[in-house]
Design a binder for this molecule. Structure first.
Ligand code: ATP
Length: 132
């Protein structure tokens, strides 16, 4: 079976590397499915889960935006932060979600509102990836 080499990298270093059968990412323009032989593409990503099919199993990685580069046999994702499900600290994400919700309720300036909304999205994404 044809495979794709996927690399997920952050400023702190590589987070995930594997040969996979299919990838699905949340690009700014919408959900994008990638199979081996995909046409070369570059796309900005939303805060979301990267879904990777490997050996008939689904692997989820939480990414906080960044960029996707697709070549026929590789998928490179450069993200500000990324965690595989087993590396997500659930308590930390729950605390971040609560903090962001409290800030959203109190936010008086646009900038605070935008920051709190992004923090909330990051926390919800991490909790989604661990199935909470
Ligand atoms: P927090 O307020 O808890 O720091 P955050 O959304 O502001 O959350 P980020 O700025 O996205 O955090 O990430 C900072 C670093 O912390 C990154 O390396 C990221 O992978 C890591 N990180 C953030 N939240 C978690 C979590 N719940 N579990 C594991 N790693 C996390």
């Amino acid at each position: 079976m044809k495979t794709l080499k996927v690399n997920i990298v952050t400023p702190d270093g590589p987070v995930y590397e594997a040969d996979i059968e299919m990838a699905s990412v949340r690009a700014e323009s919408g959900e994008l499915g990638i199979l081996p032989g995909h046409i070369p593409t570059v796309a900005p990503l939303q805060i979301g889960a990267v879904r990777l099919k490997k050996d008939a199993e689904l692997k989820l990685v939480a990414v906080t935006g960044g960029f996707l580069e697709v070549r026929p046999d590789t998928v490179n994702i450069l993200a500000q932060a990324a965690e595989t499900a087993e590396n997500i600290d659930v308590e930390r994400a729950e605390a971040a979600k609560k903090r962001a919700e409290e800030r959203l309720n109190k936010a008086s300036e646009e900038i605070d509102l935008v920051r709190a909304e992004l923090a909330l999205k990051r926390a919800i994404n991490r909790l989604d990836v661990v199935g909470k």
